[in-house]
Design a protein around this ligand. Structure first.
Ligand code: FAD
Length: 322
């Protein structure tokens, strides 16, 4: 292809960008990549869409009102297809080698050697199953049980809710709910910043004990703590863990909770490796994930351009590119 500057650019035959995870962040990055004609592979361990698929109603994604998360997934997937991209579904990334100029990712299908990678594999939700050994958590999902205070707070206006996990979620819910109870003990990573006294000073009731059971015929009506039923309309389980163990083993820097550390260009500490969405930490929102996916892809574009210029003998690299 001849550019308007008269340089001969070979159309990329080598894989330029590998995007891991086709949730909100990965799909957004892939749409940008397709529109910019970046030679890209987008893969997902499952069918794509990620956590969005679990959201019953999304009220806070600007431009979209009251849609199911699945509808937003379908819309992103068809936009990707319209832009010329696609998802390799049920292809899980398993092994990583991240060194500047030498990026390799092995999946259950093949090995990729891209010039750049965007990691958008999200976080793991720590539900009651792992934490308390309760079996009926999923039955009440969207019917009282929630994983996300920022997302579902509007659905609990004037209701009674309990928060188990991040104490800041209790303060957020205080703005809409009639009564908020925090189930202690406060997890270690918040305990120093938000001890019990601060929680109670914020007009949040504090209860400590083991969550043993959820009750309710159709929707959640009560939770049982240490044998004592407490009437409750909502239960927010907001402990989260990043899926980044493999990445830290491969040399990427992570924070104390396991989230990937990135700069404002979404670049990690390894040149050519970027990250977007829930895996970069709070807030865990569709709009943030979509925004970071777009930003990461534009950073990849600058990175690739910098590499090409360098190959042509120009030192045209942003100072943020290591
Ligand atoms: C019940 C529920 C309701 C919610 N409601 C709202 C809401 O109303 N508003 C809002 O803004 N946000 C809401 N959220 C949060 C929102 O869904 C997430 O913040 C957002 O979808 C995260 O997108 P992501 O792309 O970063 O990660 P994810 O959605 O987690 O996507 C990651 C993808 O990576 C794939 N993957 C993981 N590991 C690998 C691997 N090794 N190889 C290949 N692929 C891999 C996964 O299969 C997944 O598809 C809700 C979340 C839940 C659970």
């Amino acid at each position: 292809v001849t550019s308007s500057y008269g340089l001969e650019y070979p159309r990329a035959t080598q894989l330029e960008l590998l995007i891991l995870g086709a949730g909100a962040a990965g799909l957004s990055a892939a749409i940008y990549a397709a529109l910019l004609n970046i030679n890209t592979v987008l893969l997902d361990a499952e069918g794509g869409g990620g956590l969005m698929n679990l959201a019953k109603t999304v009220e806070n994604f600007p431009g979209v009102t009251g849609k199911r998360g699945l509808t937003i997934t379908e819309s992103l997937l068809s936009q990707l297809e319209f832009s010329g991209g696609q998802v390799n579904t049920f292809e899980a990334a398993q092994d990583f080698e991240f060194a500047p100029g030498r990026l390799r990712v092995r999946t259950n299908a093949k090995e990729y050697r891209p010039k750049a990678v965007i990691i958008a594999t999200g976080l793991e939700l720590l539900g009651l199953k792992e934490e308390y050994g309760l079996a009926n958590e999923r039955q009440y999902l969207g019917k009282g049980v929630s994983y996300c205070a920022e997302c579902d707070a509007p659905l609990f206006r004037d209701k009674r809710v309990m928060v188990c996990g991040n104490p800041f979620d209790a303060f957020l819910l205080k703005r809409v709910a009639r009564q908020v109870t925090y189930l202690g003990p406060v997890p270690e990573d918040y305990a120093r910043q938000v001890p019990r006294e601060i929680i109670e000073a914020n007009d949040v009731a504090y209860v400590e004990g083991n969550l043993e059971e959820l009750r309710g015929s159709h929707r959640l009506e009560a939770v049982v703590v240490d044998g004592r039923p407490i009437e409750m309309d909502g239960l927010f389980l907001t402990k989260r863990r990043a899926t980044s163990e493999f990445y830290s083993t491969a040399g990427l820097e992570v924070d104390g909770q396991g989230f990937l550390i990135v700069d404002r260009h979404l670049a990690t500490n390894v040149s050519g490796v970027f990250a977007a969405g829930d895996i970069t930490g709070e807030p865990w929102q569709i709009s943030k994930s979509v925004g970071e996916g777009a930003t990461a892809c534009l950073s990849v574009f600058r990175f690739l351009t910098g590499q090409e210029m360098r190959n042509l003998g120009w030192a045209l690299q942003d100072e943020w590119q290591k």
